[in-house]
Design a protein. Structure first.
Length: 88
């Protein structure tokens, strides 16, 4: 899997979100399963925790994940009508 390009015009948090979306679409991270922890993602991408939090916030706002307090963040079930513009 490709990693983060710190020189790209796309913000790093969006790059991380895009990589996680690709993993969700491919089935690497299944619906109703936890996504990797903030610590794991911070280490994996070599970024600050705030950057990972922004990526997860973006995924939550876009309906890709949901958070259960004190349990974790899970992949949300998406309906075909939930397709992003890139998928159309």
């Amino acid at each position: 899997m490709s990693e983060i390009d710190h020189e790209a015009p796309t913000p790093v948090y969006q790059q991380i979100a895009a990589l996680l979306i690709a993993e969700i679409k491919s089935g690497s991270i299944e619906v109703n399963r936890k996504i990797p922890s903030e610590s794991t993602l911070t280490q994996r991408f070599g970024v600050a925790r705030a950057t990972v939090r922004n990526a997860v916030k973006y995924l939550r706002e876009e309906g890709w994940v949901f958070t259960v307090p004190q349990r974790g963040t899970y992949v949300a079930e998406r309906k075909p009508t939930d397709a992003t513009p890139e998928e159309s």
